[in-house]
Each structure stands twice: as C-alpha cells, then as structure tokens.
Design a protein around this ligand. Structure first.
Ligand code: OAD
Length: 257
C-alpha cells in the first residue's frame, strides 16, 4: 500500500535531492525582500512615476541622454545600499556545496545574486552595474571592453560619459524595451533549460518572453517544474508543483541538504 502523496514542499525537496542538473529562473520578486520594488507592483513599482518608454528604450536615451543616464545613476545608488536576502544566499550556498549542479538564470539586473556569491549567473536582461557603448565602437565594431582604448571605462566622464574621438555615448548594459537579449547568455539559458531535470521558477510573473519561455522549454524537455511565488503567475500551468509564499521563505527550506 502506498501512502499519501508528499506535500508540495516535501515533493519539491525530493526532486532537488534527486536532480543532477537544476536550472533556476528568477525575477524581480526574489529581490522584493531586499527592498527592491518589482515591476508590476503598480503603486510602488519601478515604473510607478515613469513611463517605461521615456526611460528604458534606446530612442529615449538618444533623445534625452542626460535624463536617462541620471535616472539610472539614481537606481545604481539605491541598489548599492541593498543587500541580498535569504533567498539569494540559499541559491549561492547550494551552488557552493554542489558545484556544477545548479545554473542560475535571472531577469534581474540588480546584481544581488552575484553579491550573494552565485557563480556563472546568466543575466538575461544585463547588469545594471555595467556599462557599454551605445553604438558599436568605430574602431573595433564592438560595444567595448576588449580593446583598452575602446573601453567605456576610459570614456570622458559626463552625464553620460562619451568618447573623446567619436562622441559615442556610454549607456547602462541592460536590455531595454524593444532590444534583443544578449545572444550568448540566451543560448546558455536555453541549453540549461533543455538539459535540466528540475527547474525552479522564483519571483517572476512569467509575463515577459523570451525569459518565461525557458520554463515551457524545461517542461517540454522532460524536467519537473516548481513555481515559487506568493501570487498566481502566468507559468502556474507549467508547474508540477506550486509553492505559495516568498522566495526568502521557501528557497532556504527547499535547498537545504
Ligand atoms: P514582475 O514585477 O513582473 O513580477 C514580480 C513577481 O514577483 C510577481 O509574480 C510577484 O507576485 C512576485 N513576488 C513579489 N514578492 C515576492 C517575494 N517576496 N518572493 C517571491 N516572489 C515575489 O517581475 P519580473 O517577472 O521579473 O524586463 O519581470 C520580468 C521583466 O519584466 C523584467 O526583467 C523587466 C520587466 O519588463 C526588462 O527590463 C527587460
């Protein structure tokens, strides 16, 4: 005779223990308990006082570079004060205890997974702490970093900094509306999603593609999918198990040995 099926947490913990390859997809919700507002929280969300198209598009930056640069500078200053929470830490510690088993894919640009010590983070939407050129460098055809003289860090300081020779502008290395995701990062995320045996989806509304498509890809490829969120999400139907609650609450329990 078999007993009752395990409760959702116990079931998910069993899958964590069994899976040789785990992929985790995170969104703004995993940083909520660090004090970073999410996108779709209309009252206090990141876009509460702004229209995204006025700030987070290449067109907005070309039209009003100083305004957009200064807004991002303010966000950077806010994030510098923010610390990872128990959810970020649980993920980083699991990676440290189990090298190579967990691939972390995030839509967040806040750098908190990296600050918690996570390794090899696939930052689908870029990193707010990093810069790149707005247009490919005239000398190298690249967006910076490989040739010292073409490194955005060497740009003439300003709002935004610029190239002394061609006046190319420095911009934050985040994905803006209407832009493609970094190809290499997305390819690595596709690989992780299709090769994993378990995918944890934490703190994302699942409304934004291609990121949300990774959960579908994992499921279609035969992985178990666990969605962890205090609210219903667009990915709930993809989940084998749903854990209702916050990531700082669930991730430490789920990922403990
Ligand atoms: P959203 O703001 O769409 O969703 C945040 C999710 O976090 C919601 O489902 C909340 O219920 C959940 N949440 C809130 N507090 C939580 C907590 N303490 N623990 C766990 N979950 C919690 O943010 P994302 O799904 O990340 O893209 O949004 C995806 C993308 O949309 C962003 O990366 C951004 C935006 O357009 C770009 O900037 C390119």
């Amino acid at each position: 005779m078999t007993g009752a099926p395990p409760a959702p947490l116990e079931q998910a913990r069993q899958w964590v223990r069994q899976a040789r390859r785990i992929a985790v997809l995170t969104g703004a919700g995993v940083s909520a308990e660090s004090g970073v507002p999410t996108f779709r929280d209309v009252q206090v969300g990141l876009w509460a006082n702004f229209r995204a198209e006025d700030l987070a598009t290449p067109e907005a930056f070309r039209a009003h570079p100083q305004r957009v640069w200064d807004w991002y500078a303010a966000r950077r200053a806010q994030l510098a004060q923010v610390q990872p929470n128990a959810g970020h830490v649980a993920l980083a510690e699991f990676q440290r205890r189990h090298p190579g088993r967990l691939t972390l894919i995030t839509q967040n640009v806040d750098g908190l997974h990296q600050k918690a010590g996570s390794m090899g983070v696939l930052a689908l939407h870029g990193n707010l702490s990093e810069n790149r050129w707005l247009d490919p460098c005239l000398k190298t055809g690249l967006y910076g970093q490989t040739v010292r003289s073409c490194d955005p860090a060497q740009a003439v300081p300003g709002h935004p900094p610029h190239c002394a020779e061609c006046h190319n502008l420095v911009r934050p290395d985040v994905v803006w509306f209407g832009e493609m995701l970094p190809e290499d990062v997305l390819a690595a995320a596709h690989h992780a999603a299709s090769a994993c045996e378990l995918m944890l989806v934490a703190g994302t509304s699942g409304m934004v593609y291609p990121a949300a498509g990774l959960a579908h890809l994992a499921r279609q490829s035969g992985a178990r999918v666990v969605v962890l969120n205090p609210e219903p999400t667009d990915l709930d139907e993809t989940a084998h198990v749903r854990l209702t609650g916050t990531s700082a609450q669930w991730l430490p329990l789920l990922l403990a040995d």
